[in-house]
Design a protein around this ligand. Structure first.
Ligand code: ARG
Length: 461
């Protein structure tokens, strides 16, 4: 059983079936360089505690540096017989430092506190990469919003025409949601930045080691205050999975709109050739595959979250081997977003908007009915009655197959004496938009203030 991390109390090695089941090097090898960084920090606290002399520390660190270089270059890879990244790296260390010295490193630590720490290091690095990708997507939305100042489009509820809104207002709505995702990642980091190293298997160490020193060396804010929690909790992983799932959902919602907008029926956008795909049989096709993959991958990200939560729900304290299943869902979440985000931001940045069509459709489908009702309210008509009167105008227009602005002064007067020709001041997209100048509203001036507020918050993340 050479190379295994345990074996003293066993008469023989594990069955092949167990070894195959137990093995994790094919996915946890990505933690190798974090493992070595942890080993260096651990060697230093062993030295500080008097368990390695100066020469031993120097020899240990030199061997770990050589191992790290060999891992980085690919010269050192896990062997078939290695169970996990931690065991494999101990083998690699012993090959370089000798059994006597290499065998000293494992004192006072366990794979349980190691793996919990390395996972956090990995996720913290990837959270930063993901945040940058989300910020690039926000930038693409903001740039499009700025490039299309003042352009109106149909605002929808229930996918039906509701009220005209500015295209920039609509695009920025997606930007705000994504901005909150970036803020979530930043807030998550406060909890992820606590190091479990020094927790040992579950109960801490008797060797006088200094977990705060390890934590500081590995870039954490502090070390855990509870070794059982340090080794057994994975809520930090689950929260990462939730945030990445939320990012997936937010990207999916923009993408669904791009898919709709790119249809013949909407014809609101044209996808750039470099962000659309063709068909192997239909020569005319131009498909929104980026957006569809974003929508599809949101499902995968949600699956990673629910799978991880299911793994955790029945686990008694402290470490259980089930926890080996914590890594693939969060690794996959990071990989998925890291490949998806650049494609989505590129797709958005290169969208061409058919602004003429959007503007033309903006007031249609009686989308100015609310403006009539609110105009009546400003004339002193109770909203309940105003709503009825505006509804009667819609009914009249619909029966004649025309829009609200096509009704004659006489037709309005016949509905109510309150509906004087003055009502026409609000019967335009421009009038409707300009009137919604409250904070968060869709008036051009309000959207300018919104842009400043968004840029302010962006500067703070
Ligand atoms: N590879 C394991 C994991 O990923 C760490 C090993 C802990 N194993 C153990 N038998 N205590 O969780």
């Amino acid at each position: 059983n050479t190379g295994a991390l345990w074996g003293g109390r066993f008469a023989g090695g594990p069955a092949d079936a167990l070894a195959a089941l137990s093995k994790s090097t094919h996915f946890d090898w990505r933690l190798a360089r974090y493992d070595i960084a942890g080993s260096k920090a651990h060697a230093r606290v062993l030295h500080k505690a008097g368990l390695l002399d100066d020469a031993e520390l120097e020899g240990m660190l030199a061997a770990l540096t050589r191992l790290d270089e060999d891992v980085a270059s690919g010269a050192y890879t896990p062997a078939e017989s290695d169970e996990d990244v931690h065991g494999s790296l101990e083998r690699g260390l012993i090959e370089r430092a000798g059994t006597q010295l290499g065998g000293k490193l494992r004192a006072g630590r366990s794979r349980n506190d190691q793996v919990a720490t390395l996972g956090r290091m990995f996720l913290r690095d990837h959270a930063r990469i993901i945040a940058r990708g989300v910020l690039a997507t926000i930038d693409a939305l903001v740039d499009q919003a700025k490039a299309h100042r003042g352009v109106a489009m149909p605002g929808r509820t229930h996918l039906q025409h509701a009220q005209p809104v500015l295209l920039s207002h609509h695009l920025l709505a997606h930007a705000w949601a994504l901005l909150r995702d970036v803020q979530r990642l930043a807030d998550w980091d406060k909890r992820a930045g606590v190091s479990p190293y020094g927790s040992g298997a579950l109960a801490g160490s008797s060797l006088g080691l200094d977990p705060e020193a390890v934590a500081a060396e590995l870039g954490f804010f502090s070390a855990t205050h509870n070794s059982i929690d340090g080794t057994a909790s994975r809520d930090v992983f689950a929260e990462f999975a939730w945030i990445t799932a939320m990012i997936g959902v937010d990207l999916s919602r923009v993408s669904e709109e791009v898919i709709l907008w790119a249809t013949k029926e909407f014809s609101f956008v044209t996808l750039h050739d470099s962000y659309s795909t063709g068909s192997s049989i239909m020569p005319q096709k131009k498909n929104p595959d980026v957006a569809e993959l974003a929508r599809g991958k949101a499902g995968r990200l949600i699956g990673n979250l629910t799978g991880l939560l299911a793994t955790l729900k029945g686990l008694p304290l402290a470490y259980n081997r089930d926890l080996q299943e914590d890594k693939e869902p969060v690794f996959d979440a990071a990989d998925t977003l890291e490949v998806l985000l650049p494609a989505v931001s590129g797709m958005i940045a290169t969208l061409k908007f058919n602004t003429e069509r959007m503007e033309a459709l903006a007031p249609q489908g009686f989308a100015l009915a609310t403006d009539i009702a609110e105009w009546l309210v400003r004339q002193g008509v109770p909203f309940r009655e105003a709503h009825e009167l505006s509804g009667a105008a819609v009914k009249q227009a619909e029966s004649r197959g025309v829009e609200l602005w096509d009704l004659t002064d006489e037709e309005y007067a016949a509905i109510s004496e309150h509906l004087t020709p003055e009502v026409r001041t609000v019967l335009s997209t421009e009038g409707s938009l300009n009137s919604r100048n409250s904070q968060g509203g869709t008036a051009p001036a309000a959207v300018e203030r919104q842009l400043l507020a968004l840029e302010d918050e962006l500067a703070g993340v």
